[in-house]
Every structure is written in structure tokens, then in C-alpha cells.
Design a protein around this ligand. Structure first.
Ligand code: FUL
Length: 618
């Protein structure tokens, strides 16, 4: 066996642990982002919020569990503490928690209520605990804060029964005073392993990796066997934007290969927290189906966030779309139209006949003899079937192996290609135009060592009407009238300020690298307008995001007065969605606007914006 073969052999035999397998089989998991942000309308609280603002009028973790359960979700992960440091349980290590809020006279405990509600409904319960803490005074004083964090972990892992999952975000912001916290990841993991040895550790964790974006997307080839040759934190950050993170050329010498599957986390709304202004931007059932195919249907697990509103309930629009998504999904997967077929493979290993693919037993599977890395499997239904989706599953307990496949149907005696792809892994689902045929052929073109298949299904999904584009993409004013008045720098030919007004997501304006902050751009709206806010689409292709900003308006272009809006754009690096900012008061007769960047995220020395526009008074 050549060196290369032994590497491939090794990669083909890495398998999930019991908890990774149980997690993968859940398929659908839910996130619940709730904290003071629901009351301040922010995405990231800065830690200065008073606990007195946390006062949901009808907080119902039971509703969250009911809705998630009815929509087919198997686990709920709650933001017990987000970056603002506010604890949804009465932690004895801080005063910044529900115990000092008016909600239930300080006697409430959201973690208790949700964990109980989940248990009642047989839903698993997981915990998000943000290491980045913008309230806790010891943050930045590394050993002291690490102990604080471990104390909180201990509270959560010992007082609320079984915790299925710990979910960590890697954000490590410095306070304005420049404090830099060194997280003790190994110490956190060790504590978790001691207190709840079966708990899965996700995102910045050794069991499950981040898919690399918050938009519900996955890679063309999504591998669960990866060369994890650096720290978990570095791997998640540095490799998150790399397209090829599992191909043969990435396996190294094989010594760091690890089962490290992808989780696709995204929110049902543009933001992670509830904002009333996003009530009409809840992802449609069709969009949720796309995300489902991109995650569960592409060797991942979906972690979908639904943020409770000020009442403490999921908003009606979210509930409606979630339940409709569930209906579409269940209708589609109701009947495997291939279940009665005769399956024959071009090659099979003794004891692993092709008929095992359709026997309905996930533990029995077809396989080729060693080093037969390609094969064809023919399915003959006898009578014609009509379908528009295929579902494939490898026997991942043997390893992940398929590298390239295609699917064909015989129509009028001729083979026609329906779809093709790369990895399969736990589950691969592909949609194509509806077709009627009685013979289908799966070709495995390339694989590692010996491909397996434990399940094959054909489905007929009901046609889903395409939804209109999100409303914010066609905002307010006629763009023709607007023109750039002044921009901090205008001398980068590829990034002219005119890009701010062209309505395209893909072009952006950039200020010149190395210039000092603040930087700004001014726009002439062409004529006086009554406006109530502004829209900013961050750069869609990389960094340069504004963090602290001020927004000014003027009637004459020379007098600007005080800012009509000021704050921070949070989480643009991971989630660069439209930012919709409303002023406290509508501004009338405004002809000129100015967005000023005071600081940039990730210490960028320049800023980039894709689009800028105003929200007219209705
Ligand atoms: C991000 C956070 O900064 C967001 O607020 C959110 O919690 C998301 C799941 O992770 O990195």
C-alpha cells in the first residue's frame, strides 16, 4: 500500500462519536436568543443595560418549546448569557441577572422554565454562554474572569438536569479600555467533561464546527472528516471562509484527522434578537426550505434561531412560517417513491448487497469491495414514478467516503442527468425538475477506499411559490436623484462612492486604507425629503465594517448639527445583513445625509459599505 493509500484508508475510517451521531440524527435544532436586547432593540448589548428593563409581559418558554416541538425541532439552545453579560438565571456570581429585574419580582428563572418545558416535551436542552462579557468587571483580568465563567458553567451544568449541548461563540472583544481576555478553553472543556460527560460542545468546541457563515449556506463539498491541525478556535476562524476544507489535498499527513461535522446556524430574521422593524422580514417557508436543503440536506445540522419578542413569546409571523416550513418538509418526505424498487449494483462486497439500501434499516448498507472507488447502482421501480428530489445517506459509522456522484433517469430509453454533487455523508438531498421515470441510476464517480450507501429515497415535493425579495432591498427613494456629495476618500478606482447608490449588493465604496478615523460619506438626496431612518448594507465580500457610527442630516449641506442617530453596528463580520436604523423623531425637509464611521470592526484601517439609503416617512 502506498503512503497515499494509507492516508486515504485512514480518512475513510474516521467515524463519529456516539454523541456526534446522536446530534447529527437530530437534524433540526433551534436557537433562542433572548436578553435585554429584546428591550433595547440592539443586536449586541454593551453591558450597561439596567436589569430593570428586562420585563417581559408574558414570557412563555413553554410556547417556545411547543412551537419548536411542533415544527420538528429536537433541541433548543438558549442564550443563557449573551455578550451583554445579563444572566437569564439568578446566578449567585453577579447582580446582572433576572434576579434584579422586575420580571416575576426577581423570582423568575428563564433557564429553569425552558429546561422544564423542553423536558416535558421530550426536547433536548442546550446552553449558550457567551465568554465575551461586556458587563462583568473582571472581564480582561484573565484568571479571575475564567473562574467567574467556570462558576457560571458549574451553575448551569449542575442545577438544570441534563444539558445536551454547550454552545460557545469565539467573540473576544476588548472593552473600550483595551482589556484583552485570554479564555481558558481547555479548562472550560475539562469542567464540562467532568460535570456532564455526555454533553456535546459546539461551534468553538471539539465536537461540532461552525459552517463559516450565519446565512444558512454550506460548501459545495461538506466533509465531516477534517485535518484539524490547529486549535479549535483557530480552526473555526481561519478555515471558516475556506471552500475546500476536506478534499484529498487538505488531509495533511493524516495525524490530525478528526470527525468534525458542520452546523449551519442562522436566524429566522435578519438579526439574532427580536426587532419589531423586522416583523415583515421573517424568512419565508420557501427560504427556510432552501436553508433546510443546504444544511440537513447537505451533511449538516440546522440550528435555526427564533427570537422571542418583548412579551417573551415567539412572534406570530415566525410561528406561522415555521409551522408552514414543517408542513412543506413533511409533505415532501412523506413517501419514498423508490422504496419498492429493485436495486442492483455494478459491484458489491459479499454480505453488502444493494438490496440493503432499501430495506429501511439505517444500520444495514451496501458497500463495494476494498479499493473499488467507483460504482453504479440501478434502481428499477417496475412502474413509472414521478419525483423531483433525491435523498442519499452513507453509513457514516463506517466513515465518510463518497467524493463525487451523479443521478440519472431513463426517459424514452435514454439516460438523462438529473443532478450531480460531491459529498454525501450523513444525508444529501438534491432537488431537480419534476420527472417521471421507472429506472434511475446513481453513479458514484469517486470515493475513498470503498463507498457505502445505507439509504436512497426519491421524493415529490410540492411546488413552492417563490417569495418576493426582502422589502429592504427596494427601499425608499428614487436612486437616480441621489448623488454623493463628499466621501472621506474617493480615490480608489475600484471602490467609488457611487457604488453606494447603485443598488447592487456586490459593489462597495471603500475609504482609503490607512487614513485616520473618523471617516464619513455625505449624500445629496436631490430634493428635500421627510425621512425616519436610514438603511446600510455592509460590504458583502470581506471586512471593513463600521462599528461605532453617527448619522447626521442637513437641509443645506453645510449645517449638520448633532447626530440624529448614533450607536454601534453589531455582528457585521459574521452577519452582514441590512442595518435598518430609525431616528427617535422623523426628520423633515432633509436634503443631505452623512454617515460617519468613528471606529471599524476588527481594527480595520478603512471602511467599506455596499449600499446606503434612507427610509422615507410613510
Ligand atoms: C455571533 C454573535 O455575535 C451573535 O450575536 C449571535 O449570538 C451568533 C449566534 O453568534 O457570533
Amino acid at each position: 500500500m502506498t503512503m497515499d493509500k494509507s492516508l486515504i484508508y485512514k480518512a475513510a475510517h474516521i467515524a463519529p462519536s456516539a454523541r456526534q451521531l446522536a446530534w447529527q440524527e437530530m437534524e433540526l435544532t433551534a436557537f433562542v436568543h433572548y436578553t435585554v436586547n429584546a428591550f433595547t432593540d440592539k443586536e449586541w448589548g454593551d453591558g450597561s443595560e439596567s436589569p430593570s428593563i428586562f420585563n417581559p409581559s408574558d414570557c412563555s418558554p413553554r410556547q417556545w418549546a411547543e412551537v419548536c416541538g411542533s415544527a420538528g425541532f429536537k433541541m433548543i439552545i438558549l442564550t443563557c448569557k449573551h455578550h451583554d453579560g445579563f444572566c437569564l438565571w439568578p446566578s449567585k456570581y453577579t447582580e446582572h441577572s433576572v434576579k434584579n429585574s422586575p420580571w416575576k419580582n426577581g423570582k423568575g428563572d428563564v433557564v429553569r422554565e425552558l429546561s422544564d418545558a423542553c423536558r416535558e416535551r421530550n426536547i433536548k436542552f442546550g446552553v449558550y454562554l457567551s465568554p465575551w462579557d461586556r458587563h462583568e468587571p473582571s472581564y480582561g483580568d484573565s484568571p479571575v474572569y475564567n473562574q467567574y465563567f467556570k462558576n457560571q458553567l458549574t451553575e448551569l451544568l449542575t442545577n438544570y438536569g441534563r444539558i445536551e449541548c454547550l454552545w460557545f461563540d469565539g467573540a473576544c472583544g476588548e472593552g473600550p479600555n483595551g482589556k484583552r481576555q485570554e479564555y481558558d478553553w481547555d479548562g472550560y472543556y475539562k469542567l464540562i467533561n467532568q460535570l456532564q460527560p455526555d454533553a456535546l460542545i459546539s461551534d468553538i468546541g471539539p465536537d461540532v464546527r461552525w459552517c463559516g457563515n450565519e446565512a444558512g449556506k454550506s460548501r459545495a463539498a461538506e466533509w465531516s472528516v477534517l485535518n484539524v491541525n490547529k486549535s479549535i478556535l483557530a480552526f473555526n476562524y481561519e478555515n471558516c471562509i475556506t471552500e475546500n476544507i476536506g478534499g484529498r489535498d487538505t488531509l495533511g499527513d493524516g495525524s490530525c484527522l478528526k470527525w468534525y461535522p458542520a452546523e449551519v446556524d442562522t436566524s429566522i430574521r435578519p438579526g439574532w434578537f427580536y426587532h419589531r422593524s423586522e416583523d415583515d422580514e421573517v424568512k419565508s417557508p420557501a427560504k427556510l426550505m432552501d436553508i433546510y436543503f443546504n444544511s440537513v440536506g447537505h451533511n449538516g445540522v440546522l440550528l435555526l434561531n427564533i427570537p422571542p419578542d418583548k412579551r417573551g413569546r415567539f412572534h406570530e409571523n415566525d410561528v406561522k412560517n415555521l409551522l408552514e416550513f414543517n408542513r412543506l418538509r413533511q409533505n415532501g418526505c412523506e413517501e419514498n417513491l423508490a422504496s419498492g424498487a429493485r436495486a442492483e449494483a455494478s459491484v458489491e462486497r459479499e454480505g453488502f448487497a444493494a438490496s440493503k439500501i432499501l430495506d429501511g434499516n439505517k444500520n444495514s448498507f451496501w458497500q463495494t469491495p476494498p479499493w473499488h472507488e467507483s460504482a453504479e447502482i440501478n434502481f428499477d421501480f417496475g412502474t413509472p414514478q414521478t419525483f423531483n428530489c433525491v435523498m442519499l445517506q452513507e453509513h457514516i459509522c463506517s466513515g465518510q467516503r463518497i467524493e463525487k456522484y451523479s443521478l440519472h433517469a431513463q426517459v424514452d430509453g435514454k439516460w438523462q442527468t438529473l443532478t450531480s454533487g460531491f459529498t454525501v455523508g450523513y444525508k444529501e438531498m438534491r432537488r431537480f425538475d419534476q420527472i417521471t421515470a421507472s429506472k434511475v441510476k446513481l453513479v458514484i464517480h469517486e470515493s475513498r477506499y470503498s463507498p457505502t450507501l445505507s439509504n436512497f429515497a426519491l421524493y415529490l415535493f410540492p411546488e413552492i411559490k417563490e417569495e418576493a425579495a426582502i422589502k429592504t432591498e427596494t427601499p425608499g427613494l428614487a436612486r437616480q436623484a441621489q448623488k454623493i456629495l463628499r466621501a472621506a476618500s474617493e480615490n480608489l478606482p475600484e471602490f467609488p462612492a457611487a457604488n453606494l447608490l447603485d443598488g447592487s449588493r456586490d459593489t462597495c465604496w471603500s475609504s482609503k486604507p490607512g487614513e485616520t478615523m473618523p471617516q464619513f460619506v455625505q449624500i445629496d438626496l436631490g430634493e428635500p425629503r421627510d425621512i425616519q431612518g436610514f438603511l446600510m448594507l455592509p460590504n458583502q465580500h470581506g471586512g471593513g465594517h463600521i462599528f461605532d457610527y453617527e448619522f447626521y442630516v442637513s437641509r443645506n449641506g453645510s449645517e449638520w448639527g448633532r447626530p440624529v442617530a448614533a450607536g454601534q453596528f453589531s455582528n457585521l463580520v459574521n452577519n452582514p445583513v441590512y442595518q435598518k436604523i430609525y431616528f427617535d423623531e422623523p426628520q423633515r425637509g432633509i436634503r443631505f445625509i452623512c454617515l460617519k464611521a468613528l471606529t471599524a470592526s476588527e481594527n480595520y484601517d478603512h471602511i467599506k459599505i455596499a449600499d446606503l439609503n434612507v427610509i422615507p416617512v410613510k
